[in-house]
Design a protein around this ligand. Structure first.
Ligand SMILES: NC(=O)c1ccc[n+]([C@@H]2O[C@H](COP(=O)([O-])OP(=O)(O)OC[C@H]3O[C@@H](n4cnc5c(N)ncnc54)[C@H](O)[C@@H]3O)[C@@H](O)[C@H]2O)c1
Ligand SMILES: O=C(O)[C@H](O)COP(=O)(O)O
Length: 529
C-alpha cells in the first residue's frame, strides 16, 4: 500500500475502485462543483472521472500533485487536455471498454425510434389503446448512414448488416479496406445525406463536427429521415433539428446526448417524435466494469512511474510495436541525458536523426523523440518532464525540435543521432540498438565509441600526444575513483582525440578542475547517465 491519494469524482464500478484501494488511498466523492473540486484536488496524485466531472483549466491550476487523470470511458471532451499537457499530467481513457454498450444502445434507440416504443409504452401505461397512432417503419432494406466510422460505427455496421440494412459511411480518416470487409459503402457527406433513411453520428465532438447536422445539411436529407445521436451533444444543432421535426422534414430523432446535459427545458426534448435517454450509452454492467478496471490499472502504472496504455495527450505507440520501440526509447533518453552534460550555452535546437531500421518507425519516432527530450530536460528543469509535456517544455524555452530520417546508417542496422546546438557550440551523440537489452553509444561527435550508457563517465577531448592519458588517470586515482573501462578514439595520430572513461563513482569537481588544466586537454566532462 502506497501513500498516493486518488480521487474518484464520478460513479465508477467497484471492480476498478477495489483494485486501486489495494494500492493506495482512494476517496470517492461524486457530484462536486468546480469550486469544491478546486478546493480538494491539490491533495491528490490521481483523478478518475466519467463525463460528469468537468476537469477545467481552473481545476488543473490547483492540482499541484496530480500526475494522472483517468477517463473511465471514451470521450475526453470534459477534460482540458492542453492545460493537463502543459502541467505534464498524463490523461488516459478506456476507449474500447464501452464500445459494444454504446453500439447496442444505438441499435436499441434506432429500433425504438422506428417503432415508437417509448411513446407507445407511455400511452399504454396512461390507460390508452391507440394502435393506429404508433405506426412504425421497418429497418429491413433501409439505408443507414453512419457518420464517423470508428469503433462504435464499425460495430454498428456489423449488426445493421444482420438486419439487412444497407450501410453507407462517411469518415475523413476511414479505413477503406475495413469498410469493404464489412460490406459498407464509403461516401461523402453530400452523398450520404440524400440517400439515408436513418442517420447515426459516431464522431467525437471537435471543431469540425460541431453542428455537423445543421439547417443546411438537413435540407439535403430525404423527407422522413430519422436521426440518432448516441455520440456527443453538439454534433447536432438541436434548434435546427427541432425546426425540421416540426416542419415534417425529419420523422423523428433518438437522443442519448445533448448540447446541455441535463437538457432541462429544451424544446427538442419536449417533441413527441423525439425519444430520449439520459446519456446511457455506456451504462451496462459489463462496460462499466471494463472501463473502471482499465483506468484503475493505468492509474497504478503511472503512479508507479510508468506510462499508461491509452494516453490521449501524448504520442501513442501501437501495442504491436511497443516491445520493438522500447529499447530505442530507453537509449534516446540516455543519449539526451549524456548530451546535456556535454554542452555549454543556451540550447537553440535539437535534431534527432533516425537512420537505417530506426527510420522504419514512421510517426512513432515522436514517442522516442519525446523521451530523448525528457532525458535532456529532466536534469536542467525544476518541474518534472515526461512523455506528455517534453515537447511543450522544450518549445516553451525556445528550443527548436526537429526529426529527420535517413537511409544512411554508418554501417549499423539502425542508428539514432541527436545533435544539439547552443549559442556557443554544437555536439552530437549517436546510438544503436543491437538487441532488446543491448543499447550502445556508438559515436560522440565524429568519434566512434562503443559504450554501454549508464553509470558514471568522464568524457574528454584532448590532443593525441604521449602523457595526457597518464596524467588523467593519476588525478582520478588520487581522488580514490576507480577506472572501470577506457576507450580512446581519434581520427588522425597527433590530432584531437576523444576519451571515454567509465568510472566506479562520481568524480569530484575539484578533480575535474585539475583535469581540464592538463596540457593538451581541451574539454573534460564528468557525467552520470
Ligand atoms: N453515449 C455514450 O454514452 C457514449 C459511449 C461511448 C462513446 N461515446 C461517444 O461516441 C463517439 C464515438 O466513439 P468511438 O469509440 O467510436 O470513437 P472512435 O475514435 O473509435 O471513432 C470516432 C470516428 O470519428 C471519425 N471522425 C473524426 N472526425 C470526423 C468528421 N469530421 N467527420 C466524420 N467522422 C469523423 C474518426 O475518424 C473516427 O473514426 C465519441 O464521441 C464518444 O465520446 C458515447
Ligand atoms: O464517452 C463515453 O465513454 C461516454 O459518453 C460515456 O460517458 P459516461 O462514462 O459518463 O457514461
Amino acid at each position: 500500500m502506497t501513500d498516493f491519494r486518488v480521487l474518484v469524482s464520478d460513479k465508477l464500478a467497484d471492480e476498478g475502485v477495489d483494485i486501486l484501494r489495494e494500492y493506495c488511498n482512494v476517496d470517492v466523492k461524486t457530484g462536486l462543483s468546480e469550486e469544491e473540486l478546486i478546493e480538494i484536488i491539490g491533495e491528490y496524485e490521481g483523478l478518475l472521472v466519467r463525463s460528469g466531472t468537468q476537469v477545467t483549466a481552473n481545476v488543473l491550476a490547483a492540482a499541484e500533485k496530480l500526475k494522472f487523470i483517468g477517463r473511465a470511458g471514451a470521450g475526453v471532451d470534459n477534460i482540458d487536455l492542453d492545460a493537463a499537457t502543459e502541467k505534464g499530467i498524463i490523461v488516459a481513457n478506456a476507449p474500447s471498454g464501452n464500445t459494444l454498450a454504446a453500439c447496442e444502445h444505438t441499435l436499441a434507440m434506432m429500433m425504438s425510434l422506428s417503432r415508437n416504443i417509448p411513446q407507445a409504452t407511455a400511452s399504454v401505461k396512461a390507460g390508452e389503446w391507440k394502435r393506429s397512432q404508433f405506426m412504425g417503419v421497418e429497418l429491413n432494406n433501409k439505408v443507414l448512414g453512419i457518420v464517423g466510422f470508428g469503433r462504435i460505427g464499425q460495430e454498428l455496421a456489423k449488426r445493421a448488416n444482420a438486419l439487412e440494412m444497407r450501410c453507407v459511411a462517411y469518415d475523413p480518416y476511414i479505413n477503406r479496406e475495413r469498410a469493404t470487409e464489412l460490406g459498407v459503402e464509403v461516401c461523402t457527406l453530400d452523398e450520404l445525406f440524400p440517400q439515408a433513411d436513418f442517420i447515426t453520428v459516431h464522431t467525437p465532438l471537435v471543431k469540425e463536427t460541431r453542428h455537423l447536422i445543421n439547417k443546411d445539411s438537413i435540407a439535403q436529407m430525404k423527407t422522413g429521415v430519422r436521426i440518432i445521436n448516441c455520440a456527443r451533444g453538439g454534433i447536432i444543432d438541436e434548434e435546427a433539428l427541432a425546426d425540421a421535426i416540426e416542419e415534417g422534414k425529419i420523422a423523428g430523432a433518438a437522443l442519448d446526448v445533448y448540447e446541455n446535459e441535463p437538457p432541462e427545458g429544451q424544446r427538442i426534448v419536449a417533441l413527441p417524435q423525439v425519444i430520449t435517454t439520459p446519456h446511457l450509452g455506456a451504462s451496462t454492467v459489463e462496460a462499466q466494469q471494463n472501463v473502471a478496471v482499465s483506468v484503475a490499472k493505468q492509474c497504478i502504472d503511472v503512479l508507479e512511474g510508468g506510462s499508461a496504455r491509452f494516453v490521449v495527450n501524448a504520442p501513442m505507440v501501437p501495442l504491436d510495436q511497443q516491445d520493438r520501440i522500447e529499447p530505442y526509447a530507453r537509449l534516446a533518453q540516455k543519449m539526451g541525458k549524456l548530451l546535456i552534460q556535454l554542452i555549454d550555452g543556451r540550447i537553440e535546437s535539437v535534431e534527432i536523426e533516425y537512420g537505417g531500421k530506426a527510420a522504419d518507425f514512421g510517426r512513432n519516432t515522436k514517442y522516442i523523440t519525446r523521451l530523448a527530450l525528457k532525458g535532456m530536460l529532466d536534469p536542467i528543469l525544476q518541474e518534472p518532464v515526461n512523455i506528455v509535456n517534453a515537447e511543450f517544455a522544450a518549445t516553451e524555452r525556445g528550443i527548436r525540435v526537429s526529426e529527420s530520417i535517413t537511409t544512411e546508417s554508418k554501417g549499423f542496422t539502425n542508428i539514432m543521432t541527436i545533435t544539439m546546438k547552443t549559442d556557443s557550440m554544437q555536439e552530437s551523440v549517436s546510438g544503436n540498438v543491437s538487441s532488446a537489452d543491448k543499447i550502445r553509444i556508438v559515436a560522440i561527435g565524429d568519434y566512434m565509441t562503443d559504450m554501454t550508457p549508464g553509470g558514471d563517465v568522464v568524457i574528454s577531448r584532448h590532443r593525441d600526444v604521449p602523457g595526457v592519458i597518464g596524467q588523467f588517470a593519476t588525478i582520478i586515482g588520487t581522488y580514490d575513483v576507480n577506472i572501470a573501462g577506457m576507450q580512446v578514439g581519434r581520427n588522425q595520430p597527433g590530432q584531437e582525440a576523444i576519451m571515454v572513461l567509465n568510472v566506479d563513482a562520481a568524480v569530484p569537481q575539484e578533480a575535474m578542475d585539475k583535469i581540464v588544466k592538463i596540457d593538451g586537454v581541451s574539454t573534460a566532462r564528468y557525467a552520470h547517465i
